[in-house]
Write a protein that binds this ligand. Structure first.
Ligand SMILES: [Zn+2]
Length: 313
């Protein structure tokens, strides 16, 4: 009886592994550095070796395992083909089949933001929500859409790229995607720092390099520094506006906010609330917005869930 699964989160600097039972209990986790040499050629081999080693060490048999789920930092199409993963050096790789042949257990690959969403939906803040959106606030903004318990992937794997919702016609700086005026140019950690610099400039405060703040310190100074306060207000306006667009389109039961920025805590919910309420349909004011609870483990939880849920279907 296959009652276990591996959940693997492949990042540009580290590969995180988790071993789970089918009730969502994480039995162990560990990580290894990502070998991005030669356009990431060795990554799948190294994952296969790592899993073989773990099975041997812990005396786990292949028929006890439902499979290995992987979250990859890039779009993945319906057939498990990674379209592109810049941080790994991958382009158009049938990673799902290659790894499956190497290791001899079922492998299922999805985008890492989608994996994190599935993880929060399984064992985190979105537990019990059939329709959930996860928004990951970091250097950029990632997202995942869970509809009726399933990831919405899109034809090419780009569904849930909410960081690139266009919200400003007047922006001249380019977003990482090549367009201008994207949601993540304002409501990400990078966006907050840009807003903060602009506000301090407007207040005539010069910042030398030593004084340059991090996103974390801006949140810490929220109650004492007028520039930090103003910057967070503007940032919250953008965040609330972006979330209202998503909610008006998808009417989820709940939104889960994760990513590095979410560590700032419930102040985020207070900051986005006025603009969210102003812009969302009146009937959807009561949409629940929560902070993620699984932190950096959301991806391994979700990758494992992605394999285990197939057994239930
Ligand atoms: Zn963009």
């Amino acid at each position: 009886m296959n009652k276990y699964a591996y959940g693997i989160d492949v990042g540009g600097t580290a590969i995180k592994y988790g071993f789970f039972d089918n009730n969502g209990v994480m039995i162990r986790k560990w990580q290894t550095p990502t070998n991005v040499e030669d356009n990431g050629t060795y990554i799948l081999n190294e994952i296969s070796n790592e899993l073989s080693l773990d099975m041997k060490k812990n005396n786990v048999k292949k028929d006890e395992i439902a499979g290995a789920g992987l979250g990859i930092p890039g779009p993945v199409n319906k057939n498990g083909i990674v379209q592109e993963a810049v941080n790994l050096g991958w382009k158009m790789i049938d990673a799902q089949n290659i790894l499956q042949n190497l290791i001899g257990i079922k492998v299922k690959i999805c985008n890492d933001a989608n994996a994190a969403s599935l993880g929060e939906n399984w064992m985190g803040a979105g537990k019990g929500c059939k329709d959930m959106i996860m928004v990951t606030l970091g250097t950029g903004i990632g997202g995942g859409i869970i509809c009726n318990g399933k990831i919405v992937n899109g034809t090419k794997g780009y569904a849930g790229e909410i960081g690139h919702i266009h919200i400003n016609d007047f922006e001249t700086d380019k977003c990482g995607c090549g367009n201008t005026g994207c949601f993540e140019q304002y409501a990400s950690a990078t966006g907050l720092m840009k807003i903060y610099q602009k506000v301090t400039h407007e207040y005539g405060i010069k910042m030398d390099n030593a004084q340059k703040e991090s996103c974390e310190t801006v949140f810490k100074k929220a109650s004492s520094d007028v520039c930090a306060q103003k910057a967070l207000e503007i940032w919250g306006e953008y965040l609330g506006k972006g979330l209202s667009i998503i909610v008006n389109i998808l009417n989820p039961e709940c939104i889960v906010i994760g990513g590095g920025v979410s560590k700032a805590g419930s102040i985020i919910l207070d900051l986005l609330e006025p603009s969210f309420t102003k812009n969302v349909l009146i009937d959807l004011h009561d949409t629940s917005i929560k902070l993620a609870t699984l932190g950096n483990d959301a991806g391994i939880y979700g990758a494992a869930r992605n394999i285990l849920k197939d057994r239930e279907a």
